[in-house]
Each structure stands twice: as C-alpha cells, then as structure tokens.
Design a protein around this ligand. Structure first.
Ligand code: NAD
Length: 266
C-alpha cells in the first residue's frame, strides 16, 4: 500500500479516529489536509503529518457551512493539490450536554443530522467535481455500528449513522461511472471522549446499566457483545480506511465494513 504523490482530505482529522486515519495515510506517503473546527488540535496533527510524509495542510472547516466547505476544496488545491482521497469522518453524538439527558431533544436531532449527514453531503459535493474531472477518486465515510440497528438510548445518533450508510450507497451509485469508489466503515466500541458521553447516556437510559460509570458500561458491553472480547482502536479503523483508499480496493464500492470485533455479523 503506497499513497506517495496522492492527496488526502480528512474531515474531523484533528483528534480521535480522524487523527489516526490522517497519520496512517501520511505514513503510507500521502499529503494530508486536516479539515476541522478544532484549530489547536488540527495544528498539532498537521505538524505530526508534516514530519511523517513531508506535506500537510489544515483548513478550519465547519462541515455544516457550505462556504467553508468550498473554501476547503480550493485551499486543498492551492496548498497540496487536487484530492485523490476523501475521508468523511467529522461527527458528533448530540447537541450540548446531550449525554446528561435520558431522551433526545429536537436540537439533538437537528445538530446531529446537520453534522453527520448534511455536513458529509456538503463536503462530498465540493470534492466530487475535482475527482470527476480526473476520473479517479476514493471516498470513505465513517458511519457506526449504531447505524446497524436501533439504539434505545441514542435514537438521533443511530438514525444519523443509518443515513450515512444509505448516503454511501447512493453516492457510490452516482459516482461509479466516474471511476470513484465510495465505501463506509462502522467502527465498533472505541474508548474516546465521544464514547464516554455514550456510556453516560446508556447508564441513564438502559436499566441494565443503571449506576455504572461510563467505563464500566463500556467494559460490560465489550464482555457481553463483542465476540473478540477486546475494544477497537482508532488505528484499527485507520487500517480499514487505508484499504478502501488503496488500489487494492479499486473494484469495491457501495460497501459497509464493520470494524467491531464481530459485534455485528452483517
Ligand atoms: N468513538 C467511537 O466509539 C465511535 C464509534 C463509531 C463511530 N464513531 C464515529 O467516528 C467519527 C470520529 O469520532 P471520534 O470518536 O474520533 O470523535 P472525536 O470527537 O474525537 O472526533 C470528531 C472530530 O470531528 C470534529 N468535528 C465535530 N464537528 C465538526 C464540524 N461541524 N466540522 C468539522 N469538524 C467537526 C471534532 O472537532 C473532532 O476533531 C465520528 O463520525 C463518530 O461518529 C466513533
């Protein structure tokens, strides 16, 4: 696997899973653009990438803002070149303090859809023309196992990730004739700040988890639901992303891959 001479854009690339994806692609030679709202962390990640592959850039991008997405597309061309690889990873689990409530509010639904689904569509729209012109491209969307079945404690997030899987298939059908592949990955259980919030919410909304700390909820789910009995890591997800982005996956499109230790076998 070699991405030397290629340009990758990673939304939400400043921290967590996005950062691991950006570092993995850089490790295989890609120049990487970090598109995030977290300026300080985006800067740190871009500097790490620079040391690894020699080329990186960052553009402060709120994926919900169409003008910012257009600015990102132009800034990518101007700084490191036209995009070969787009990783749609930016995501949120709810509106402010969502984890402290036992139910989803209208704001949870609106903001989660705005970032996870509409934001993904905004970014894809601005990069598809760069890729279509060159009749080549790889797009990888980060969904979640929460999109594989309903979740009683976070319906807004679960529904947004099911929408990501559907959006992946529609975009794959649209772009296949331009030789662009579009696939999705469903990460399983990763101990990140986002999952800490999820654990908080599960403890409030699911009777079996009542009184447990977020980490205890997480460990219980690993023991009860994951056949491989171990948590997933950002690097596990990055490995799968790199495969979809590589030439090895040139004839695979519209697929959704679970990176979840066997949690879902479909
Ligand atoms: N952590 C998990 O267990 C898990 C499981 C399944 C799926 N996921 C998905 O993986 C992706 C990354 O999650 P993570 O755990 O690394 O979380 P994280 O919070 O560490 O990373 C999300 C990144 O997205 C950025 N972001 C948020 N809103 C944005 C916006 N409007 N515009 C641009 N950037 C924005 C954040 O600043 C952050 O850098 C998300 O899509 C998440 O839903 C996470």
């Amino acid at each position: 696997m070699n991405f030397k001479g290629q340009v990758a854009v990673v939304t939400g690339g400043a921290t967590g899973i996005g950062r691991a994806i950006a570092l993995k692609l850089a490790d295989k030679g890609a120049a990487v653009m970090i598109a995030d709202i977290n300026v300080a962390k985006a800067k740190e990640t871009a500097e790490e990438i620079e040391e690894i592959s020699g080329a990186s850039s960052l553009f402060v991008t709120d994926v919900t803002n169409v003008a910012a997405c257009e600015g990102l597309a132009q800034a990518t061309i101007d700084s490191i070149g036209a995009a070969d690889i787009l990783i749609n990873n930016a995501g949120i689990a709810g509106s402010a303090d969502w984890q402290t409530r036992s139910y989803s509010t209208e704001e949870d639904w609106k903001q989660t859809y705005q970032v996870n689904v509409i934001g993904m569509s905004n970014i894809t729209s601005v990069f598809r023309s760069q890729m279509t012109r060159r009749r080549s491209g790889r797009i990888v969307n980060i969904a979640s196992i929460a999109g594989r079945e309903g979740r009683p404690s976070l319906p807004h997030y679960s529904a947004s990730k099911a929408a990501v899987i559907s959006l992946t298939q529609s975009t794959a059908l649209e772009l296949a004739r331009s030789n662009i592949t579009v696939n999705a990955i469903c990460p399983g259980l990763l101990w990140t700040p986002m999952w800490e919030q999820v654990g908080d919410r599960h403890a409030q909304a699911i009777p079996a988890y009542e009184g447990l700390t977020p980490r205890e909820v997480f460990d219980t789910m690993i023991a009860e639901r994951i056949p491989m009995k171990k948590e997933q890591t950002p690097e596990d997800v990055a490995d799968a992303v790199a495969f979809f982005a590589s030439d090895d996956a040139k004839n695979i499109t519209g697929q959704t891959l679970n990176v979840d230790g066997g949690f879902f076998m479909r």
